[in-house]
Design a protein around this ligand. Structure first.
Ligand code: HEC
Ligand code: HEC
Ligand code: HEC
Length: 148
């Protein structure tokens, strides 16, 4: 009789712990920040080219077009850049004369945060451009074939 009661109370306790853990983790998951590829689906697995697209004639955000809109004349990249942003690094490696790409794009996507569309519409998420491999802990950047 005594052991029977004990067994029941153990089961009840286990059930309570189990329910608590399940509810807890569901609530917890809802509270998690949106980190692409970690807590939510990665909407931009190819990085730059998944956002810098031609929407219509007036709104062409492809990077070969964007560089033509810069104040300072930019060399044409249509032929030279086949993989984005990897081939940008032919000229924009850290320490190169044309400037490090990371520094340039970090400024472009985070400056004037109140007006910056990247911050407002894309959560200013580093993981739009970077990947984080949770097995190795290594951070890298995403890339894709040029869309021109
Ligand atoms: C998740 C979407 C997204 C991704 C991914 C992305 N961008 Fe952007 N990018 C934007 C938005 C939005 C802006 C406009 C920011 C603003 O309001 O000034 C922008 C602006 C820029 C600009 C400035 C354009 C200008 O008119 O001066 C450059 C250059 C640029 N991005 C290059 C890149 C490169 C290179 C990559 C990949 C390494 C990249 N972007 C990845 C959304 C994205
Ligand atoms: C052939 C070499 C070359 C390649 C390839 C290249 N760039 Fe450049 N880029 C330059 C030079 C040169 C400048 C001007 C540097 C200066 O005088 O400020 C520049 C400037 C820039 C700037 C700064 C513009 C400003 O107004 O300050 C951005 C942003 C940039 N490049 C993005 C890119 C991206 C993105 C790619 C790839 C899609 C790319 N570049 C590929 C040579 C290159
Ligand atoms: C729009 C795309 C984009 C976003 C957003 C972005 N990065 Fe980068 N980041 C790059 C690119 C491209 C490089 C250059 C890679 C290279 O040179 O090998 C870079 C380089 C870096 C580097 C190494 C070189 C450096 O500049 O110090 C670090 C660290 C880094 N990013 C951290 C971050 C962090 C943290 C965030 C979020 C706050 C972030 N990045 C957001 C595209 C981005």
């Amino acid at each position: 009789m005594k052991t029977g009661k004990k067994a029941v109370s153990v089961i009840v306790t286990l059930a309570a712990v189990f329910t608590f853990t399940i509810t807890g983790s569901v609530l917890f998951a809802e509270d998690l920040p949106a980190l692409q590829g970690i807590t939510v689906k990665d909407e931009h697995p190819n990085g730059c080219i998944d956002c810098h697209v031609k929407v219509d004639e007036e709104r062409d955000y492809r990077l070969n077009i964007e560089v033509k809109k810069f104040e300072k004349k930019h060399p044409p990249i249509d032929k030279m850049v086949k993989k984005v942003p990897d081939d940008c690094l032919k000229c924009h490696k850290e320490g190169s004369k044309s400037g490090a790409l990371g520094e340039k794009v970090h400024k472009d996507h985070f400056s004037n945060p109140k007006e910056n569309v990247f911050v407002a519409n894309y959560n200013g998420d580093c993981l739009n451009c970077h990947t984080l491999d949770l097995n190795t802990g290594v951070m890298s950047f995403k890339s894709g074939a040029a869309n021109w």
